[in-house]
Design a protein around this ligand. Sequence first.
Ligand code: PEP
Ligand code: MN
Length: 371
Amino acid sequence: MYLCNVSTNMDIALPRDFRDRENFPFIIAGPCSAESEGQVLRTARQLADNPVVKVYRAGIWKPRTRPGTFEGVGEKGLLWLEKVKAETGLKTTVEVARTDHVEKALKHGVDILWLGARTVVNPFVVQELAEAMKGVSVQVMVKNPIIPDLKLWIGALERVNAAGIKQLFAIHRGFHYFEKSPFRNAPMWEIPIELKRLVPRLPIIVDPSHICGRRDMLQEISQKAIDLEMDGLMLEVHENPAAALTDAAQQISPDELKAMLDKLVLRQRTGSPDFESRLEVLRTEIDKLDGELLQILAKRLEIIDEIGDYKRKNNITILQMKRWAGIIADRFSIGTNLGLREDFLKKLLNLIHKESIQRQTKIFNKNQPEE
Ligand code: PEP
Ligand code: MN
C-alpha cells in the first residue's frame, strides 16, 4: 500500500468531455512525434473515423535522451495540427517544455498542453510554465515525473492549478524502475490510486504506450487502466509504426488501435466508492507482492545455477538427499507456522525443487567436467 502524507486543495473543474462521457474512457491518440505534414494528416484522418477518439496528440518538440537524434519538427508542426483540427474536428494536444513552447502552442490554437515526465521533475521549470499559462483558458495535462514521487507530481499539478488552470488532468505514464521489469516504465498502480484518493475530482489518463514500451502489452495495460477506473487512455498511433522516428516499438496503427479499443471490456462500476477503492488498494498490493515473489524466485534460481556450476567444477552430484530432506523439514516448519497448508507447501516445495534440479542438470550437460 502506498500512502502519501500530503493534504492538497486543488480547484478542479471537470472538462466538458468528462461530464459528457458515459462508461467509455476518454481517448487521446496520435503519433509520438509529428514527422511530416502527410504523416500527421493521414494518421489524423484515420483516427477521426473512430468516434471514441476525442483528442489528437503529436510531439512537436521531443525531449530526447541524447542529442543528435530526431528532436521534433518544431513550430511548423503546429500548422499541421491546425489543419488536423479544421479538417477532422479533433482537439489537439502537444508537449510543452519551455515558455516559448507554451506561447507558440497557444498562438496556433492547441487545445490541451501537456507537461512531460522529464519536465515535471523540475519545479523551477514547472513554475515558469505555469506562469506562462496564467490567465489563459486552456486545458493542461501533467504527466507523472520519471521518478516514483507522488509529492512531486502533486506539486506540479498544484503549480499549474495555482496559475488559474482548472481544467486539469494527470497522465500516468509509469515510473523508472531499477529492477528488471517487463515494462519500459513500471506502472506502480498504487501511486495513481493514491492520487485518486487525495484528489478525487482530478481525471487520470493512463499512457499505456510509455508504460509498456512495446505494442504486445498495450491491450493488457489498457484493460487494467479501465479496471482500476482510470478516466482515459493516451495511446501512440502512427500510420506506419515500424518506420516511426521515435518510439517505434510501442506505436500501433489506427486499425490496430480500433481493434484494441473494441476488445476492451467495460465494467459496471459496482459497489460503493469506499468498497471499490479498498478493493483496488488490496488488489494493487497483491500485484506488487506477486512481482516481488517472482523476483525472489528468479533470484533463488540464479543462485541455484551458481551452485550447479560450483558442484560441476568440483565433480559433485546434483541431487543430495540429505540436504533436500533438511530443506523439506525446515521449510515445512516455517510454512506451517505461518499458517500455510501442508499439502500446498508440499506441492510448492516440490515444484521449486524440480525446477532447481532441471536448471542444474542443464548446466551439467552444457559443460563437460573440467580436468
Ligand atoms: C511522449 O508522450 O511522447 C513523451 C515524451 O512522454 P514522456 O514525457 O511520458 O516520456
Ligand atoms: Mn513517445
